[in-house]
Design a protein around this ligand. Structure first.
Ligand code: C2E
Ligand code: CA
Ligand code: CA
Length: 561
């Protein structure tokens, strides 16, 4: 750890705001030995400089009488801005009357013109800088109660100074995030959630032993570390995961880690933390990678993601989301027969254009917005079933996706029943696709809810089977009406003997459970023939059709009739 002496020895930047060149230069000469100096010739220019170098200026020396924007107006603007009002101001004056007014507006001290006593001026400036910085640190609660790491406020306050003092040292920032922490809390209980956070914090402490580094809990389940550069982040990650596993429960809790390599002094540390977090977020839902190093494209992606989140509510209200339909064909007979459709959402954004669900579904799953979107899609799909029934006389079942999050809504069954009732369609025409990983993460609740939904008449398809960790044992007790095999198995079915055997096995499982085996992602003739040979019942894939808007779907319905 770095000592206070080192912090106080860093060179600070002082901004001199003064319109008279002679006075400005004189002060500059006095300060130059101890401080970096920036100059502004009036309040407006000072504001511009402060905006250009956020977090850099440690002290402002302010003249009162200036053209364009005077000292009083500058103080007023400073007072209205949270970041600016933290920078101490010393007023340069020869006018006793102005002193009281500026004091009321937040100035801390005065230096009288002319500047004939350099030592006194320097001593005052230094005293005030130290006083203000110490006070800021003291004001921040230092430790996070739960984990014993620093709090976010203290971390940023303190590390800002360490950053200014880092000189030529190579330093990094890392962000560590718990995947789906909200769910972990809900599923395993808050007690376990707390244990988990403490285990991660302890692990981080251990990593910092013996070298330079400081760490905080930046948000509920998000940690930031500012440390000397190292090369072994993958190893750091596995040691953290070892601690998680050592908690002894059979969970698939996962951490994600984002790294910013090479922190410089030009940007505030907060920026580097946001960057490390952005890197960390790019592997949300990507189970193949756990550690990722920031590159500059990621910041743009993060901004893009923030935009999507911010625009979501409006998009629902303005019906920017549209539902596409992809057919599933029954291939048991000689001629493939239209069996049902899957509703898949798309976002036609007025400015960003067509956005596929892969870009926003994982985002909305992370922050809970998904439930609102799902609700919208279910209603659209139900209305579509009704519309086709009315106009074409065909009651085609349509499946919709149910997110994990939806199962935490105790009102789920009532809501779905209300949707089918409002549209006057049979309960079993709105089919529910539930991803396998939802089952394995929360078995008891899933058993109960899925059981109730089936009792109410809904049909349930297990989606993405083979992508998660569900046990065979679970499959036997879980009530389902179809098994939908994950797309990645199809990729290997043609070229690899093992791939072929895998699909065969899944089909056998479906047989044992007495439910149809659905295969999705079938793209070409070769795959189609293979899959048919294995004995699959239902196929969904580009081979038959991509997901399309309802009007393009209708010809497939009419043809089949
Ligand atoms: P999913 O539920 O596994 O949906 C199947 C995805 O595979 C769809 O991607 C579909 O377009 C794609 N697909 C179908 N056939 C083929 C094929 O032959 N080749 C290839 N390469 N892909 C094929 P899409 O529409 O981009 O959706 C991606 C995922 O987004 C879905 O995966 C689902 O998890 C989620 N999603 C889509 N719409 C919704 C929704 O309304 N609510 C929720 N919660 N999730 C949705
Ligand atoms: Ca699906
Ligand atoms: Ca799927």
């Amino acid at each position: 750890m770095i000592t206070d002496a080192l912090i106080h020895s860093t060179r600070r930047t002082v901004l001199i705001v003064e319109d008279e060149a002679v006075n400005r230069d004189l002060l500059g000469i006095i300060l130059k030995g101890n401080y970096d100096v920036l100059y502004a010739s009036d309040g407006l220019e000072a504001l511009e400089i402060l905006e250009t170098y956020p977090g850099r200026v440690a002290m402002i020396l302010l003249d009162i009488l200036m053209p364009r924007m005077d000292g009083i107006e500058f103080l007023r603007r400073r007072g209205a801005d949270e970041a600016l009002s933290r920078i101490p101001v010393i007023v340069l004056t020869s006018d006793k009357d102005a002193e009281l007014e500026t004091l009321k507006m937040g100035a801390l001290d005065f230096i009288a013109k002319p500047y004939d006593m350099p030592e006194i001026i320097l001593a005052r400036i230094q005293r005030i800088i130290e006083f203000v910085e110490d006070r800021q640190i003291i004001q921040e609660v230092e430790r996070d109660e739960l984990t014993g790491l620093y709090t976010r406020g203290f971390f940023f306050e303190y590390s800002r100074r360490l950053q200014a003092a880092q000189g030529g040292e190579l330093r990094d920032v890392i962000a560590v995030d718990v995947d789906h922490f909200r769910l972990v809390n809900e599923v395993y209980g808050k007690g376990f959630g707390d244990e988990l956070l403490c285990a991660v914090a302890d692990g981080i402490w251990d990593e910092l032993r013996g070298g330079f580094g400081i760490a905080c809990r930046g948000d509920v389940d998000l940690f930031y570390v500012y440390l000397n550069q190292r090369e072994d982040y993958e190893a750091v990650y596995s040691r953290l995961m070892d601690r998680v596993h050592a908690l002894g429960r059979q969970t698939n809790v996962r951490l994600r880690m984002g790294v910013y390599r090479g922190v410089e002094a030009d940007r505030p540390l907060d920026w580097y933390c946001v960057a490390a977090k952005a890197a960390c977020d790019t592997i949300r839902g990507n189970y193949a990678r756990s550690v990722v190093v920031y590159d500059s494209t990621m910041h743009e992606r993060e901004l893009y993601n923030e935009r999507l989140i911010a625009d979501m509510e409006t998009a629902i209200a303005e019906k920017q989301f549209v539902v596409y339909y992809q057919p599933k064909y029954d291939i048991r007979g000689d001629v493939p027969k239209l069996y049902s459709a899957e509703a898949l959402v798309r976002w036609i954004h007025p400015e960003l254009g067509f956005i596929s669900p892969g870009a926003f579904i994982p985002l909305f799953e992370e922050n809970g917005l998904i439930s609102k979107l799902d609700d919208f899609v279910w209603r659209e799909a139900a209305a579509q079933i009704r519309d086709w029934q009315d106009r074409l006389g065909i009651c085609l079942p349509v499946s919709v996706n149910i997110s994990r999050m939806d199962f935490f809504d105790t009102d789920l069954k009532r809501k779905l029943l209300e949707i089918v009732a409002e549209n006057g369609i049979p309960v079993d025409s709105l089919v529910l696709e539930v991803t396998e990983s939802a089952y394995s993460q929360n078995m008891e609740r899933m058993l109960k809810t899925v059981g109730e939904l089936r009792e109410a008449g809904f049909r349930i398809e297990m989606d993405d089977f083979g992508s998660g960790y569900s046990s065979l044992n679970m499959l036997c007790v879980m009530p389902i009406d179809a098994l939908k095999i994950d797309m990645k198995f199809v990729r290997n079915v043609v070229n690899s003997g093992v791939g072929y055997r895998m699909v065969e096995l899944v089909v056998e499982m479906a047989r044992a459970l007495d439910v149809p085996a659905v295969v999705e992602g079938v793209e070409d003739e070769a795959q189609y023939q293979m899959i048919k040979r294995v004995g699959c019942d239902i196929i969904q894939g580009y081979y038959f059709s991509r997901p399309v808007p309802p009007e393009d779907f209708e010809p497939m319905m009419k043809k089949d009739r």
